[in-house]
Design a protein around this ligand. Sequence first.
Ligand code: AHG
Ligand code: MN
Ligand code: MN
Length: 327
Amino acid sequence: MTTLAHYLNTPTIDPALSDVITTITDVGKTISQLLRKGALADILGEAGNQNVQGEDQKKLDVLANDLLLDALAQNAHCAGVASEELDHATPANADGSLLVLFDPLDGSSNIDINMAVGTIFSILPYQRQGQVSTDSDFLQAGNQQLAAGYLLYGTSTMLALTVADTVVMFSLDPDSGDYVLIEEAVQIDADTSEYAINGSNYRYWRAPMQQYIDELIDGHTGVRGRDFNTRWVAAMVGDVHRILCRGGLFTYPFDTKDIKKPGKLRLMYEANPMSLLIERAGGSATDAVNRILDIEPTDIHQRVPVVLGSKNEVEYVKNLHVQHANA
Ligand code: AHG
Ligand code: MN
Ligand code: MN
């Protein structure tokens, strides 16, 4: 049996990185326990305020954010923290070598209905050790990430992590409190017949995305020549987990629903960490044209269209966009 502590204690992984991952995953155990108590812990419902992006915060969004922030502020290797729930990055220990970004609670709308939610994290190098970190230190492309992962609080709590070339998966043993390795090298099939999208936004999509979904719905009667199945968890963390387990395509595409939001998902703490996991597991991640991991960020909260998952299916979507652009 390999625990997370064993896995991280190897000469090939920077001890600072191991330490920060341990801090995050330890907080994950606390969040997991709170979720298990649910209504009994008085953690459900609205916090009564909005985050910088104008979204209503749930009590648990705020709680998970504060738990992670407090724990990371005390970690000597962490030079700064950026979160979905914080307007600006918070400096931590100037001598630290790492920056941490997180979505403390992904899938907030699932909390009150007892469905899966998660925590997503991304770890970047800190280039100005010894000086106080600011927002601009975080503005690094996803291809610079030293590690990324998520905790999924589902029927069991799982951790997907990439800190080397591979993606590993752990399951939290509620008896021992240890994360136990269950998958050493996650791989995604190149082909799939399963896709995830919020279809209610159809009228706001661009023509190639509308065409793509039309083709999938046509199934064996259309150009694709086979049937497809929809699955939508309403928490990216759940949809990405399904894709790491059995393949599939997930997209939150560009839409014109709110002109200020060209895509709903945030590049730095949703799209980038998930894209690193997906690519390391053999899949692809694009904004429909460009590789997500190569996007140079200009704002820690910027949004990006996302298409990720099984390689050939992502390629198919990308080709439709290229064809439309050239038509
Ligand atoms: P968050 O709860 O962190 O704001 O993120 C929710 C995101 C993502 O997890 C999910 O795929 C998407 O929002 C679902 O949104 P809609 O239900 O509006 O489609
Ligand atoms: Mn989220
Ligand atoms: Mn969130």
